[in-house]
Design a protein. Sequence first.
Length: 165
Amino acid sequence: MSTGEPRIRVMVEADLGRVMAIAASLREAPQWPRAAYAAAILPGAVPKRIALVAEVDGAVAGFVVGLVVASQAELESIVVDRAARRRGIGAALLRGLVQEAALAGAEEVLLEVRASNRSAMELYGKAGFAEVGRRPGYYLDPMEDAVLMRLAIGDSAVPRGLKPC
């Protein structure tokens, strides 16, 4: 992969094969069926979904999917191809999700992350997310706690630590 800047855009059907390949290549990524990603990109779906990809040099290098219900958004999945990590792609995807959630009327973004996933927790912490609780034994294979995190976005589409896309 190049060191070019990621371009964040809406996920489209043509991206689904690459999105699934990225997820399948990473044991720690959620293994959703193609139909779940296809449902996430349906226009006008209720509840509203936000599905974005990061392109680097014209190739999809990562993706994020979130759900918006009333004033809350939930980050459901954020995955960056192993070869493209540590290049700001995750931060750019997170920024895009927060901006789109704010535009959809969300006042906060919630997420859960494996307690052992230090790199993700560092990313979220830098973006202004704070731990608000835990779900003991939530994840299986291996069993571990989920750390619940929250970011208040209120009237700001760009919370502290995140620069506009």
